[in-house]
Design a protein around this ligand. Structure first.
Ligand code: AMP
Length: 173
C-alpha cells in the first residue's frame, strides 16, 4: 500500500524552475504522516543489506530523508552542502550542469578512518549531483556503500554515473 500512497503524494509541477522541466514536488508527501513514514520505512528496508556507519544527505531535500533515516536506523548523519555554508574545514567537488557547473562541500573530518556511508538524496536525475557526492566522501576518507533515493527518473540513466554502487529508489518514472 505504501508504494501507491507514496507515488500519489508526489506532485508534478510542469515548467518549474524553468520551461521543459517537470518538477517532482515532494511537499504533499512530507505533509502526510503515513506517506512520510512509509518513505523512511522503505528506505530503511532497502538499506538493511549494507552495513554502514553514517548517512550522508545532500542539501537540501536529501537532509529531510537522510536525517530521518539516520534516526530510524540509529546512525549518525553528515551533510553535503552548497559552497560557503559549512563552518569548518571543507573539501569541495565541482560537476557539470546542462548550463555551467555546480560545487558541493563536506567537512573534511565527517567520515574519517574509512567510515562506511549510505548516500541519500530525494531524486536521481542525471546522476551528476550524486556522482560528485560520492567522490567527495571518498576524498575525505569515507567509503560509500550504496545510494538511496525516494525518486528515480530512470529515462535519464543517472545510475550509469554511479559506478558499481548499489542504487535503491522507491518510486521510478
Ligand atoms: P541530477 O544531478 O541531475 O541527478 O539532479 C539531482 C538533483 O537535482 C537532486 O538533488 C534533485 O533534488 C534535483 N532535481 C533534478 N531534477 C529534478 C526534478 N525533475 N524534480 C525535482 N528535483 C529535481
Amino acid at each position: 500500500m505504501e508504494e501507491n500512497l507514496i507515488a500519489e503524494r508526489i506532485r508534478d509541477v510542469p515548467d518549474f524552475p524553468k520551461k521543459g522541466i517537470v518538477f517532482k514536488d515532494i511537499t504533499p508527501l512530507l505533509q502526510d504522516a503515513k506517506a512520510f513514514a512509509g518513505v523512511i520505512d522503505g528506505m530503511a528496508e532497502g538499506a538493511k543489506a549494507y552495513p554502514f556507519d553514517l548517512v550522508c544527505g545532500i542539501e537540501s531535500r536529501g537532509f529531510l530523508f537522510g536525517a530521518a533515516l539516520a534516526k530510524e536506523l540509529g546512525k549518525g548523519f553528515i551533510p553535503i552542502r552548497k559552497p560557503g555554508k559549512l563552518p569548518w574545514k571543507t573539501a569541495a567537488e565541482s560537476y557539470e550542469l546542462e548550463y555551467g557547473s555546480d560545487t558541493i562541500e563536506i567537512h573534511v573530518d565527517a567520515a574519517s578512518g574509512g567510515k562506511r556511508v549510505l548516500m541519500v538524496d530525494d531524486l536521481l536525475a542525471t546522476g551528476g549531483t550524486m556522482a560528485a557526492a560520492i567522490k567527495l566522501v571518498k576524498k575525505i576518507g569515507g567509503v560509500p556503500v550504496a545510494c538511496a533515493f525516494l525518486i528515480e527518473l530512470g529515462f535519464l540513466n543517472g545510475r550509469k554515473k554511479l559506478g558499481d554502487l548499489p542504487v535503491h529508489a522507491l518510486v521510478r518514472y
